[in-house]
Write a protein that binds this ligand. Structure first.
Ligand SMILES: Nc1nc2c(ncn2[C@@H]2O[C@H](COP(=O)(O)OP(=O)(O)OP(=O)(O)O)[C@@H](O)[C@H]2O)c(=O)[nH]1
Length: 171
């Protein structure tokens, strides 16, 4: 029987509490083939297969459910991750400031070749915006990574973001 996928990529979402890591994963997984919860460890992951450049890429996306702050995320947590999605909330300045700390944590703990992606979530609530798009574009450029503004609520750019990270890992 033909293999159901060409590659398996492990992705990890990090960011301050409340920025919407869980909601983003749930939004992404709506069309999922599998949705698993490992209650013993309290770690959540979701699986969805996407097509990138004609390849079937199985994405296993991990939520850092119990890791609320960058200080509590250690090497063991980053192990195996081929892509890391850094999430902040555009209505919460502190969550954007903390992206620098999350970047540092990745540098200290993750494998050197890991692909990173920056997401400014909750872009559906423009009226409460505290972080300007230009600030994030600048930060992403400084780190040489891609950036999207997303909304788990309105579904804006969610599929695009995950697919673009899968593409960066593939190429
Ligand atoms: N307006 C808006 N609200 C959102 C969006 N995504 C999530 N929320 C709300 O933000 C809150 C936090 O979302 P979660 O997904 O639980 O955040 P989290 O990052 O997983 O939080 P922790 O589990 O504490 O780390 C919830 O009340 C969501 O309803 C979004 O795209 N737009």
């Amino acid at each position: 029987m033909a293999k159901a996928y060409d590659h398996l990529f492990e992705l990890l979402l990090i960011g301050d509490s409340g920025v919407s890591k869980t909601c983003l994963i749930i939004r992404f997984a709506e069309d999922s083939f599998n949705n698993t919860y490992i209650s013993t460890t309290g770690i959540d992951f979701t699986i969805r297969t996407v097509d990138v450049e004609g390849k079937k890429i199985k994405l296993q996306v991990w939520d850092t459910a119990s890791q609320k702050r960058f200080k509590t995320v250690t090497t063991a947590y980053y192990r195996g991750a081929m892509g890391i999605i850094l999430v902040y909330d555009i209505t919460d300045e502190k969550s954007f400031e903390n992206i620098q700390n999350w970047m540092k944590s990745i540098k200290e703990n993750a494998s050197a070749g890991v692909e990173r992606l920056l997401l400014g979530n909750k872009c559906d609530v423009e009226a409460k915006r505290k972080v300007q798009k230009e600030q994030a574009v600048k930060l992403a450029r400084e780190h040489g990574i891609r950036f999207f503004e997303t909304s788990a609520k309105s579904s804006t750019n969610v599929d695009e973001a995950f697919s673009s990270l899968a593409q960066d890992i593939l190429l």
